[in-house]
Design a protein around this ligand. Sequence first.
Ligand code: ATP
Ligand code: CA
Length: 915
Amino acid sequence: MSERARWVDWEIEQVAAHFQVDLERGLSDKEAKDRLKQIGPNQLAEGEKASWLSLFIEQFKDFMVLVLLVATLISGLLGEYTDAIAIIAIVLLNALLGFIQEVRAEKSLSALKKLSAPTAKVLREGAWVQVNAVELVPGDVIRLESGDRIPADIRFVKAEGLYVEESALTGESVAVTKQSARLPQAEVPLGDRKNMGYMGTMVVRGNGLGVVVHTGMSTEMGRIAHLLESTETMDTPLKRRLEQLGKVLIMVALLLTALVVFTGILHGQDAYKMFLAGVSLAVAAIPEGLPAIVTIALALGVQRMIKRQAIVRKLPSVETLGCATVICSDKTGTLTQNKMTVTHIWSEGKLIRVSGSGYVPEGEFQLAGERVAVEKWPGLRRLLEVAALCNNAQLLQKTEKNGLIKKKEAWMIHGDPTEGALLVAAAKAGLDKESLVAEWTRVKEIPFDSERKMMSVILSRRGGGSMLFCKGAPDVLLGRCTHLLEQGRKVLLTDAKREQILRQNEELASMALRNLAFAYRDLDVQSASLKEWQYEQQLVFVGLAGLIDPPRTEVKEAIRVCKQAGIKTVMITGDHQTTAVAIARELGIKRAQGLTLTGQDLYNMSDAEFYKKVNEVDVYARVSPEHKLRIVKALQQAGHVVAMTGDGVNDAPAIKAADIGIAMGITGTDVSKEASSLILADDNFSTIVSAVEEGRNIYENIRKFISYLLASNVGEILIMFLAMLAGFPLPLVPIQILWVNLVTDGLPAMALGIDPAEENTMVRSPRNPRESVFARGVGWKIVTRGLLIGACSLLAFWVTYMEAPDDLVRAQTVAFATLVFSQLVYVFDCRSQGTIFQRTPSDNIPLVLAVLSSALLLLAVIYYAPLQPVFHTVPLGLREWILVLVTSTLPVILAGILDLLRPMANRAKRLVHSS
Ligand SMILES: Nc1ncnc2c1ncn2[C@@H]1O[C@H](COP(=O)(O)OP(=O)(O)OP(=O)(O)O)[C@@H](O)[C@H]1O
Ligand SMILES: [Ca+2]
C-alpha cells in the first residue's frame, strides 16, 4: 500500500521533482511521447473481441442453413455433384455477404466510440492543450473543472472549491472535498486521500490542477476493474421487435414451405426433389438477415450523422430521434453563437455604450455619444477591475505566422466566453489582466455554477489589505448587496436604488442582452474567520454589464423546419427572462400566446398545475439544472417524445431521463456527455434538426428494405405454393431459389438502406414510437406486391409451359427471370411512400448500379454456357423476353391501381368499425 499511497504525504514540489516536471510548463511534447512509448497508453484493458473467424462461422449457425447443407451433402453423395457444389457455393457467398456486412457495422461502431472518447486538458510546453485521455503520461499536469471525469490517478496541485464524487471507486455517493496540501501521514484509506484524484471519479464542483501519478492499468481503477466490458450491444428496440417478428415469420415460412412440399408430393412430385426445393425455399424465405441489415442501415446512417456534426452514442436513439415531438434547447451557445461582446455598462446611474466588435480589445466607452475617460470614473474603473479579476478566462493574441490573419481573428479567448468578453471590455479601457495581476494576488475562488449563478474571488492587494470581488446574475447578486458605490463612495443601497437597478436590468435585457452585475467587499482581519458561505454577503454593488450574444444565423430556419415537421422547440435557459424572451422572439420560438415560466414559477407550482400548462410554455428562464428534469417528466407525461440538451454536471439527470439526451461537444462536461445519447460536435441547435431528419430517414429506409425483402419472400413462396396447388411441375429449382434470394437480399436491399431522404421527410409529423413498422402502407405494400409478384411470375411460367410442356427448363428459366426482374423493378417502388413515379432513380446511383449488376448476373447465369447446367437455364428468345419484361413490370402497375383503391378500402374499414 505504501508504494501506491506515497504521494499523499509528499510536498507538491517533491511530486513534481519525482516526475521531473515543471508545474508551470508541463512536460515537453517529446518527453510526453517518450513516456507514452515506455509506459503505454492510459487505458484499461478491454475484454476479448469476437474474432473474424468466429464471426464468419456465426453466419452458418442458422438452423435452416444447416438443414440445407446437410441436404446438399446427401444429394452430393447421391451423385448430384453440380447441384451440391453450386448450392454450397451460394450458401458460402451468402455467408460472406453477411460477414462483410457485420464487419463493416462493427468497424463503423468502433470508429464512433473513438469519436466520443474522453479528452483531457493538459499543460504541455507551457500551453494548455486538449488531448485524448489515452495519451496522458505520469508527470502530465492536467486541469479539471466541474463535470470532468478524472482521466488518470493524480495528485492535486491546486484545488478551488473542489468536490469529487468517488462512488465509482469507493461506493460513497457523497462528494468529498479535495485539497492540494500534503497529508500528515501516508497510510490513509482511499476515501480519505484528500489530495488525490482517481481515474473514473467525477468532479462535481470547483476546479483544480493535478499531476498525473498513475495511468492505465496501474491506476486504482485499473486494479479493481481488470476488464472493461468491451463490445457495446447494438440492440435497438426496432431490432428487438424485428427479431421477434423474425421468429413469427420463420414459423410462417416453415409452415408454408411444409405446405408447399406436402401439396407437391400429393400432386405426385418426387418426394426427394420436393424436400430439397422446400428446404431451399425455407432458406430463401426466412428473413434471417433482417436484423443484420437493420444494424447496417443504422450504422451507415450514424456515419452520415457524423458528417452533419451529430455523434450518436447510443444506437437506439437513432430510432427515437425520428419520433421527437419536442426539442428542449439551451440558449447560450446552442441557439446563440456564444461569441459575446460587452455593449453596455451601467455604472453610477449612467448607461455607457462600449464600441468595438469581436475580441479585438479596441473600442471606446461613450456616454451620449461622447467618449468618456475611464480613469476619471472610479465606479467604472472598479467595475472593470472586478470584471477582469473575478475571471478565469484568458485573452490571447494569435502569433502571426504569416500575414494572413485578419485583425478580427487575431484575438481569441480561452475559457468561458462571457468572461472573455469582460476581459476584452476591460482591455478596451487599458486594464489588461497582466498589469492587474501584478497588483492583486488571488487567494481563493468560489467557483461559478449554474445553481448559484455567481462567482467570487478573494484577492490580496500588494500594498496590503484584501478584497472580495464578485460577479453574477443581477437579480441574484443584488440580493446579497447592502451598499452601492456612488461617486467613489460607499453608500447605503436603498429600496428606491434597488428598484432603479432592476429597472435598468430589465431595460438592457429587453434588448436581448445578457446581463451581469458586479460587486465587491473589503475584507478586514475579522473576515478571516468567515465561513465560505458567509463571504458573499454585505456586498457593495458596482454596476451592470450588458453582453450581446447574437443568435446563430442558421437556427431560425432550423426552428421553422421543426415547426413544419410537427416538432415544438422550447428554450430552457439560466439567463434572465426578458433576455430569453427577446431572443426567443427573434428566433421564432416564442409564439404570441406562448407562456414563459421562470425557475421561481416552477418552484411555486405543483406538478398538477405545471402539467396543465406544459404544452403552452415556449420559454423557461432563470431555471436551475434541476428544473430540467421536471420539465422532461412533465412533457413526457403529456405524451411527448422529448429531446433535451444540457452541458453541465447537474444537467445529467435530465439528459438521462429524456428520450433523446443531447450533450454539447465543445462546452459539454464529460458527465453530460456520458449521460447523453447524442453529442453535438458543434454545439449547434441546427445539428439536432439534421439529426432528427437523418433519424427519420434511417427509419424510413429500414421500412423500405423490409417492404422489399418481405414482399420478395412472399412472391417466392407464392409462386411455388400456387404451382403446387395447381398441380404444375416445380416452377423453380432449388439453386434458382437460392440465387434469387442472394441477388435480392444482397446489393439492392443494401442500397435501399442508404436511400436519400424523401422530400417530405421534414414536412410529416413525427411518427408515433409505438407505431408498427408495417404501418403507413408498408404492410399493404408487402401483401399486394408480394401477391402480384408471385402471381405474375407464375403466369409467365404457365404461359411458357403451356406452349411447350416438354421444355420445362425453358419455362423455369422464364419464371426465374421474371421473379428476379419483377423484384428489381419493385425495388424502385419501395423508395417512396407514394407511387413509384415520385422519385427519380438518379438520386440513388448505388441502387441503380446494384440493380444493373443483379440484372447482369442474371443474364450471365442464363447466357454463359458453363453456368447453364448449374442453374438449370436455357437461353431465351425475344418472345420470351417480352413476356418476362411485361410480367415483371405488371405487378407494379397493377399495384399502383390497387393503391388507388386503398383509401376506399380504408374508408370502408372505418365505416365498418364505427357502425
Ligand atoms: N462566469 C460567470 N460568472 C458569474 N456569473 C455568471 C457567469 N456565467 C453566467 N453567469 C450568470 O449566471 C446566469 C446563468 O448562467 P447559466 O450558465 O446557468 O445559463 P446561461 O449560460 O445563461 O444559459 P443556458 O442555460 O441557455 O446555457 C447567467 O445569466 C449570468 O447572469
Ligand atoms: Ca449553460
